[in-house]
Write a new protein. Sequence first.
Length: 419
Amino acid sequence: MASLVEAIKRKYDPDDSDEVSAFKHVKEVAISQKPGQHPVQQRTAIVLESLTISTAGDLTELQHLCPSVKEVFLSSNSISDWLEISNILCSLKSAIFLDLTFNPLRSDTFIPVNPPSPSLPSPLSTLVLNSVSLTLAAVQTCLDSLPCLEELHLTNNGYQEVTFRPGSSYPNLQRLFIGHNKLSDWSHLHALGTAFPSLRHLMAASNPLTLVPPLDKMAPFPHLSILNLNNTLIGSWNSVDHLSTLPSLAELNILNVPIGRDLDEKERRFEAIGRLPRLRLLNKSVISVDERTDAERWLIRKYKESGDHAPTICPALVEKHGPLAPLADISMDPEYDLDLEFYFNGKGPEVLRISLNQTTYDLKVWLSKKTQVPPGSMTLFYGDEGCIEVYGLDEMRHNSRPLYAYRMKKGDCIYVDFK
């Protein structure tokens, strides 16, 4: 076992070459050293992972060695006593980021964090406690003494429920990552919204959540703008409807869930967009004005045609877009036979009708019969009419890629170069 002070001196002392790691500068920036200073004294970040650190060491020396350190990476060490964490934060007066992932922290050792000075609380704004198996009661003790905390990571700690002391509130916290736990009921997320009233970003992916119940307009999460529910068990479009009650929700991630498995990828996306009128990003992809219009019109047509119980938003959409023809009159499939302009070694254009169901290699074989040039001796480049002047041509490198995946349309072109 080692102390933090010992690990710092071993890793950052230039005279101890055995401790130099090939990965030393991945997370750190080399800093010029002033005469008479220890190499670590000007660093703003220290990365000391997997070094069997279990204690802080001499606190006076720690404070002297790291007067400017703001980010501390201590994952995969052997720290178990929260007193050592308190001592570290008390000594590193400028620390705003602390990563304790994969440390065997004991819940029964949690004590309030001592501030750097009686009148000044710890400036720590980001705390990472992933895979440490701490109870939420212990986490709350920690929160009580870190009033500046804005971001908290509690991934993979085995939580099955969320309970806080009645009346507990931490208004500074804005970003919470609590994925890969065992939270199965929305009431647990509701408790998080009550405890963290200023929450803007909630990552709850990979929890066995099955549904989102109707949310009262006065429910928690008044400021929540980013919600990640990837890899949950949500299987009802009603749950998506209920999310529309969140007044600030602008970005939703909801990949790999049971919902909408009877639809193709584009239809699933349209269904979600149509039901969430304030959403600006879905699954990390920006929702354009045109895409929203298409999605809302598609949603109207779908339920008009099917006769299924329409989402509650449909009347508002009909008022916005007017009555529309049934979806059967509108094809969402791309054209599979298309006239494109071809240029052969720069000569052309020659308009040829091709099937978009074929692969890039199939097209080469087809062109080979026309040009008498073997498929392996030609290179294809695709030009999108609307982007070619800005982005140029796109080499069609992947022989197995179907042509429809390029989203080709009338006016586009293909350049054929012979080797």
